[in-house]
Design a protein around this ligand. Structure first.
Ligand code: NAD
Ligand code: MG
Length: 398
């Protein structure tokens, strides 16, 4: 099939797990998509490999020295890709006139500024980077409203909710007869680990997710279930959903990606194999459907689906996220910053696993939640929480 004009893409976080899945789908549809810019931060070799395949106009790395070396390699290889460096370049490639769609797949708070730049430029924004909605949800959604950007969720749960809501859903549960959103959670690698063993678990064990292959930060978040907590906050902002109408259901098979319950008792869900190429292909082609390279769901092989309530003693990060959401203002910004610092320390082998939740408790207790009128306030609170969390982590260092 011929398309009048290819969809032009910037992929922020191209060198990561979501980046890889995105570019895999793109490669399956060369007639539809053209890659204009790719960012790779410190993973320069992976970015270089991707540039040789996709031949973008721009590549962005973190470090100016890396940019120089990469540019020399590209010249030698006869590749015209221009190599840029630093956070300002990320914002630049997110807002380029020629770009239609931006995949926001940087991990953590570092994704906020470039994702906002894409929103402000009115792009179609495919949002994987949930931390931006957790740290600055109200301001982010206000920018989406103001600019008319189209925001499509990539997180598998939110993509499933989006698909299960009416096509003309515009933020009112009441108007559309929606009663609840049910977010499914696999329970991660420690769902059945005896509680007494959790104190000693290693980063390698925490990153060994039973169903999904993901970056290291989100893998640890999945082990602690902070990932589901962040997703509750993400769902609140994306769908204007009251916290008490978002319920988390443990579903170890990760086949039902989430559900929407209506007042008449109907429950709509989206199912599929746990492969991020499905939500990515959905959002890339929306409202059309394209192949994602994902095997058809084999219900006969799966046999049964199970559900249970999350054990809040095992997963204290989940109630912490609800607590931050109901406190409002800067509380989710504090939660996110403390979690990022604690998870990084755990991954470095500097913090015991159970201290991740303790760090967040300490920061939420130490720094009072205040209103966040603008982005400068978000940034200041984020920085304050990060340095306070580093001090807490240093006290508990292994
Ligand atoms: P990843 O660690 O595999 O990739 C992260 C990307 O961000 C890489 O390209 C990395 O180079 C870049 N990056 C890291 N630090 C940066 C910084 N300071 N500045 C600029 N770029 C930086 O992570 P991932 O698993 O691909 O996750 C990306 C985002 O998508 C996260 O917010 C995660 O929560 C979300 N997400 C991921 C999955 C998944 O299946 N992997 C599913 C749902 C949501
Ligand atoms: Mg998810």
């Amino acid at each position: 099939m011929e398309f009048p004009r290819k969809q032009k893409l910037t992929v922020l976080g191209a060198s990561g797990s979501i980046g890889a899945s995105t570019l895999d789908v793109v490669l399956q549809h060369p007639e539809r998509f053209e890659v204009v810019a790719l960012s790779g931060h410190a993973r320069v070799d992976e970015l270089s490999r991707l540039c040789l395949i996709h031949r973008p106009r721009y590549a962005v790395v973190a470090d100016a020295g890396d940019a120089k070396r990469l540019a020399a390699d590209f010249t030698a290889a006869g590749l015209a890709t221009e190599v840029l460096a630093g956070p300002a370049a990320l914002e630049e490639v997110a807002a380029l006139d020629e770009v239609d769609t931006v995949m926001a797949a940087i991990v953590g708070a570092a994704g906020l500024a470039p994702t906002l730049a894409a929103v402000r430029a009115g792009k179609r924004v495919l949002l994987a980077n949930k931390e931006v909605l957790v740290m600055a949800g109200a301001l982010f959604m206000a920018e989406v409203q103001r600019s008319g950007a189209q925001l499509l969720p990539i997180d598998s749960e939110h993509n499933a909710v989006f698909q299960s809501l009416p096509a003309d859903y515009s933020g009112s549960f009441v108007a559309k007869g929606v009663r609840r959103i049910l977010l499914t959670a696999s329970g991660g690698p420690f769902l059945d680990t005896p509680l007494a063993q959790l104190a000693g678990v290693t980063p390698l064990q925490a990153c060994a997710h039973p169903n999904w292959v993901m970056g290291r930060k989100i893998s640890v978040d999945s082990a602690t279930m902070m990932n589901k907590g962040l997703e509750v906050i993400e769902a609140h902002w994306l769908f204007n959903a009251p916290a008490e109408r978002i319920e988390v259901v443990i579903h170890p098979q990760s086949v039902i990606h989430s559900l929407v319950e209506y007042v008449d008792g109907s429950v709509l869900a989206q199912l599929g194999n746990p492969d991020m190429r499905t939500p990515i292909a959905h959002a890339l082609a929306y409202p059309e459907r394209i192949a994602a390279g994902v095997a058809p769901l084999d219900l006969f092989a799966i046999g049964q689906l199970n559900f249970s309530r999350p054990d809040l003693l095992r997963f204290p990060c989940l109630p912490l996220a609800y607590q931050a959401l109901s406190a409002g203002g800067s509380a989710p910004t504090l939660l996110n910053a403390a979690n990022e610092i604690a998870v990084a320390a755990f991954l470095d082998g500097r913090l015991p696993y159970l201290r991740i939740a303790d760090t967040i408790v300490a920061i939420l207790a130490e720094i009072p939640a205040v209103a966040v009128p603008d982005l400068a306030a978000v940034k200041a609170i984020d920085e304050q929480a990060r340095s306070a969390a580093k001090a807490v982590v240093a006290r508990w260092q292994k």
